[in-house]
Design a protein around this ligand. Structure first.
Ligand SMILES: Cc1cc2nc3c(=O)[nH]c(=O)nc-3n(C[C@H](O)[C@H](O)[C@H](O)COP(=O)(O)O)c2cc1C
Length: 387
């Protein structure tokens, strides 16, 4: 393979230096501290964001929300993502995080396309309402700036092709003092289907002075190089591509350092990572092995993707109830099976289009929220009880 000429300069987020701006994209149910620790070991100079935490759940001191805010001592930057619709609740949650010294960086979720979120005006639906978006950012950034904690915003292209929001949202984020913007280059309507439109990332890079992190469809180190080359983005954010492949962060760091060296573990080596991941998850679940092993099911499916492992063995993994069961299955795997290079860099995880975008009634009629809309939005949110 030819040596790459594409490089990434360090990115500065307030007081935090990110020497290699390769970022683990927040993923609910995936990017808890055990997975982040594994990823960071392969790329110590990147940034690893926790999964989204609902502001209202934090304010209500929901113990499950607090569990998502835990970090391992080894984590270099404690990077938390908050989700919320009500600017006042977001401000309160931010104050808790800041005053409790709970994080070093706060990312805000304006990208979630899930119907139960967008029908409440949250996630990727929110930037459509310019007043709400601006107020929310303003309140969060004001609280954070007193503690010198950088805030970043993660956005999508818009709601659909006729209702794009990313350029305005990027400008507002910049004006309100965000340290960077991450753009997942799909609309809500596109959900996770097709390929993200990297041209949109390039467009946002042209518009903004703050760093733009490009996100969407990086499945290999080569994809990361291509995104930076095509768009000029300051950094890349990796979601589904690292599911079952925490070593992708080393591949990408190598690629930006001009090296063609890639991590290609045998199945035996992957088994050791699976075992360690399960042990760490057991700690995450306060010693509850069964919860950890059940949570590992999706990870195991990703880790084994492409390896010559039959349906019976895969099912046996899904039936494990303890770490011992899991280790027993791992020991039975053909340890020398080589890394399935051909399948490794292919799409994994969610790849579907949305059936229909769900929004609050009349959401698209105006770019500003009405009094009645706000009243309806800021009532009890079923999302808050979803942990
Ligand atoms: C299982 C899953 C959970 C996700 N959870 C979050 C989340 O909590 N917060 C967020 O901003 N994005 C979330 N995302 C979106 C990803 O961070 C990322 O933007 C998206 O997957 C596109 O990047 P990719 O093509 O590299 O996967 C999630 C995606 C997946 C697949």
């Amino acid at each position: 393979m030819a040596q790459s000429q594409v490089t990434l300069a360090p990115v500065q987020l307030g007081p935090i230096a990110v020497p290699t701006p390769v970022v683990l994209s927040p993923m609910a149910g995936v990017t808890n501290w055990p997975f982040r620790v594994l990823c960071e070991e392969y790329g110590p100079d990147g940034l690893y964001v926790a999964e989204m935490v609902t502001a209202r759940a934090l304010v209500a001191k929901n113990p499950k929300a607090f569990r998502l805010c835990r970090f391992a001592p080894s984590e270099r930057v404690r990077s938390l993502q908050l989700y919320g619709v009500d600017p006042i609740i977001m401000e309160k949650a931010t104050r808790m995080v800041v005053e409790g010294g709970m994080a070093d960086h706060i990312d805000l979720n304006f990208g979630c396309p899930v119907p139960k979120v967008t029908r409440r005006g949250g996630g990727s639906a929110l930037p459509w309402k310019l007043d709400l978006f601006k107020e929310l950012l303003n309140r969060v950034v004001s609280v954070c700036s007193s503690a010198n904690i950088p805030v970043t915003a993660k956005i999508r292209v818009g709601i659909d092709a006729d209702h794009t929001t990313f350029l305005e949202a990027g400008h507002i984020a910049q004006e309100e003092g965000c340290a960077a913007v991450a753009l997942h280059a799909r609309t809500t309507a596109e959900y996770y289907g097709g390929h993200s439109d990297w041209d949109r990332i390039g467009q946002l890079v042209e518009e903004l002075d703050i760093p733009v992190l490009g996100n969407g469809d990086i499945w290999s180190a080569e994809d990361a190089l291509a995104m930076v080359e095509q768009t000029g983005c300051a950094g890349v954010e990796i979601g589904r591509g690292c599911q079952g492949r925490p070593w992708l962060f080393r591949d990408i760091a190598n690629a930006f350092a001009g090296s063609s060296k890639r991590v290609e573990p045998t199945l035996g080596q992957v088994g050791q990572i699976v075992s360690r991941h399960a042990q760490l998850l057991t700690e995450f679940y306060d010693g509850d092995e069964q919860m950890a092993v059940h949570d590992m099911r999706k990870h195991v499916a990703w880790y084994l993707k492409g390896f010559p492992v039959g349906g019976g063995t895969r099912r046996a993994f899904m039936e494990c109830e303890s770490l011992a069961d899991l280790d027993q299955q791992i020991a039975l795997l053909p340890q020398d099976a080589p890394y399935p290079e051909s399948i490794a860099a292919k799409p994994r995880g969610r790849v579907r289009y949305a059936k229909k975008v769900k929004l609050p009634q009349g959401w698209l009629d105006s770019r500003e929220t009405t009094h009645d809309e706000r009243e309806a939005l800021f009532g009890d949110d079923p999302m808050d009880a979803s942990y």
